[in-house]
Design a binder for this molecule. Sequence first.
Ligand code: PEP
Ligand code: MN
Length: 337
Amino acid sequence: MIVVMNPGAGEQEVARITDKLKKMGYGVHLSTGENRTVIGVIGQRREEVAQMMEAMPEVEKVVFISRPFKLAGREFHPDNTVIRVGDLSIGATEIVVMAGPCAIEDEEQLIQAAEAVKKAGARVLRAGAFKPRTSPYSFQGLEQQGLQFLNRVREKTGLLIVTEVMDQFTVDEVAECADIVQVGARNMQNYYLLRELGRIRKPVLLKRGLSATIEEWLMAAEYILSGGNYDVILCERGIRTFEPYTRNTLDLSAVPLVKQLSHLPVIVDPSHGTGLSGLVPAMSKAALAAGADGLMIEVHPNPQEALSDGPQSLTPAQFQTLIKELKGVALSVGRLI
Ligand code: PEP
Ligand code: MN
């Protein structure tokens, strides 16, 4: 259930209620909005507790949440969540562009990609050091050495870094390097990993699973939020359907739907969503029109020679053109890029 406090209730009043709830064994999460505080209460549903809360003068009302996701839902947090990373705000007016190669291949390739995406206007560099590859015979990523390259590129370019973590054992080392920690589609339901990510203090970019329903995706976010990490960014990256002409089917209707259901920022990855670089510009524009808060786009200095995901990667020149074209689309939906 959620306990909606009166608009005038201050910290002391909120603490009085949360202390009572904790003493009864409930988990308590606070959402402090502009006008009022909402307390998310996790635990057994009990009418008498709700009645007791409702009788308190500082409480406006108590609402039972019937959906299985509680902290990820709009009822708990009616305003959009804005996540601050450095001087960047994700989920505010600015469209956040994360771009870079699928995988870090060597330091030179990473620097070239970083400089190119920065020049075009990206604020965040994406690049995988740990790669979840479908085949064990494919390039598996540079792992720790890749993280070192990312640290150096951040120092050199000032770009923020988003990079993938593959398991619960490497959360701390990846989180130390990354400004945003990425959970890949294949790991969306790795609950040990999600639990570990609930305890870190870095934003998590949670990709939608290959065949995950929206509810399963939001429940995965709920794992992270319920661990106390409230900075979750959702990323729609296409789902598996019967259509083989594209690598995945980019579910853009998920964007406005998830924004109705949840307060979390939503970004779109048209690269994995289509698998084809020629479709990335159109789907990027469509994503902004659908209300996405940002884009994650693969860019490689030389896509033909990429060790992974070359066919869906833009060249630096294509990326630069795309960012220019996106400005008008962003403006038309009241956003800035
Ligand atoms: C990636 O971002 O490179 C990646 C592996 O994406 P996904 O998990 O969406 O397949
Ligand atoms: Mn990729």
